[in-house]
Write a protein that binds this ligand. Structure first.
Ligand code: A2P
Length: 285
C-alpha cells in the first residue's frame, strides 16, 4: 500500500491530490460538528467530508476557518442533495452550500445520489446529465477543484458519460465488510475514478464481528482499524465518522500493519454485517 500517513494522498485524474483518509461527518449535528472538526484536524485529518443533507456545513466552515491550519492544506467535500438536482437548482444549491461553509472555493463537489428510473423513469438520465452540466461549469469556472459522484453504479456512470464533457474524478459509494462493492469499485479504478468508501465501519454494525476481531488481534488492532485497512488495501479512500477524539486517533492508526491476501479474501467474503446496504436503483428518496 502506498500510503503511510494521513497527509499521503490519492491523485485524481486532473492531478489534484486528495488526503488518503477522510473525516466523515454524516449524523454529526451542527451543534457538535465544530468541536469534532477542530479535534479531527488536531488528530491530523486534513480531508473533511460533508453534504448539504447533513445540515452541518455552517459549523464545519467555522471550524475550518478557525482551526489554525491554512485553508489550502485542507480538502473539503460537499454534495448536492436529491431535491436540488437539475441545472438551475444545482447551481443555487452550490451557492447556498458555499455561503453556509463561508469558503472561497470547494475542493470536491459530488452529486449525492443518481436520479433513478424507479422514481423518474426516462427522465432520470436527463436529470443526471443536467446536474452534471452544472458541476462541470462550476469546475470550469474554478469554484471547485474537482467534481464527482456518489452512489453511482457503473451503468449510471456509463449513461452519464454519453453526454458529459468532464469525466468524474471521484465516486463515493457505500463500502464496508459485508458490503464490498467490488464490481463498482473495480470499474471506477479501471476508468481512473478515485473510489471513496462511505460508512466504512458499516455504521459500526461490523465492529462486533468475530472474524474481524480475530484478524485484528493478530496485529494488536481493533475491528475498526481492520475495516479501514481492508478498504485502503483495495485502493479505496475511507471516510470514517466519529465524534470521539480517541476513536479519531484509532481510525487513523492504520499504517503500521498489512493484511495478507488470504485475510483480504476472507473479509471480501463476509456477508450480512449490517450497515445501510443501499441499492441506488431502489431508493425512493
Ligand atoms: P461515534 O461517533 O460515537 O464514535 P461509519 O463511519 O461506518 O458510518 O460508522 C460510524 C459509527 O461508528 C458511529 O456511530 C461512530 O460513533 C462509530 N465509530 C467510529 N469509529 C469507531 C471506532 N474506532 N470504534 C468504535 N466505534 C466507532
Amino acid at each position: 500500500m502506498e500510503w503511510n500517513k494521513l497527509t499521503d494522498h490519492f491523485t485524481m485524474h486532473n492531478k489534484i491530490t486528495i488526503p488518503c483518509i477522510g473525516y466523515g461527518t454524516y449524523k454529526t449535528s451542527e451543534e457538535e460538528v465544530y468541536d469534532a472538526v477542530i479535534s479531527a484536524v488536531k488528530a491530523g485529518y486534513r480531508h473533511i467530508d460533508t453534504a448539504a443533507f447533513y445540515r452541518n456545513e455552517a459549523g464545519i466552515g467555522r471550524a475550518i476557518r478557525e482551526c489554525g491550519v491554512p485553508r489550502e492544506e485542507l480538502f473539503i467535500t460537499s454534495k448536492v442533495w436529491n431535491t436540488d438536482r437539475g441545472y438551475e437548482k444545482t447551481k443555487k444549491a452550490f451557492a447556498d452550500s458555499m455561503e453556509r461553509l463561508g469558503l472561497a472555493y470547494l475542493d470536491l463537489y459530488l452529486i449525492h445520489w443518481p436520479a433513478n428510473k424507479k422514481q423518474f423513469g426516462d427522465e432520470a438520465k436527463k436529470i443526471n446529465a443536467e446536474t452534471w452540466k452544472a458541476l462541470e461549469e462550476l469546475y470550469e469556472e474554478g469554484k471547485i477543484r474537482a467534481i464527482g459522484l456518489s452512489n453511482f453504479l457503473p451503468h449510471h456512470i456509463e449513461e452519464l458519460m454519453e453526454t458529459a464533457s468532464v469525466k468524474p474524478m471521484v465516486d463515493q459509494i457505500e463500502f464496508h465488510p459485508g458490503w464490498a462493492q467490488l464490481e463498482a469499485s473495480e470499474y471506477c479504478k479501471k476508468n481512473g475514478i478515485v473510489v471513496e468508501a462511505w460508512s466504512p465501519l458499516g455504521r459500526k454494525d461490523a465492529l462486533e464481528n468475530e472474524v474481524l476481531r480475530g484478524i485484528g488481534e493478530k496485529y494488536g488492532k481493533g475491528t475498526a482499524q481492520v475495516c479501514i485497512r481492508w478498504i485502503m488495501q483495495h485502493g479505496i479512500l475511507p471516510l470514517p465518522k466519529t465524534v470521539n477524539p480517541g476513536r479519531m486517533a484509532e481510525n487513523a492508526d492504520v499504517f503500521d500493519f498489512e493484511l495478507t491476501a488470504e485475510e483480504m479474501e476472507t473479509i471480501d467474503g463476509l456477508k450480512d454485517l449490517g450497515g445501510q446496504c443501499a441499492l441506488p436503483d431502489e431508493v425512493d428518496f
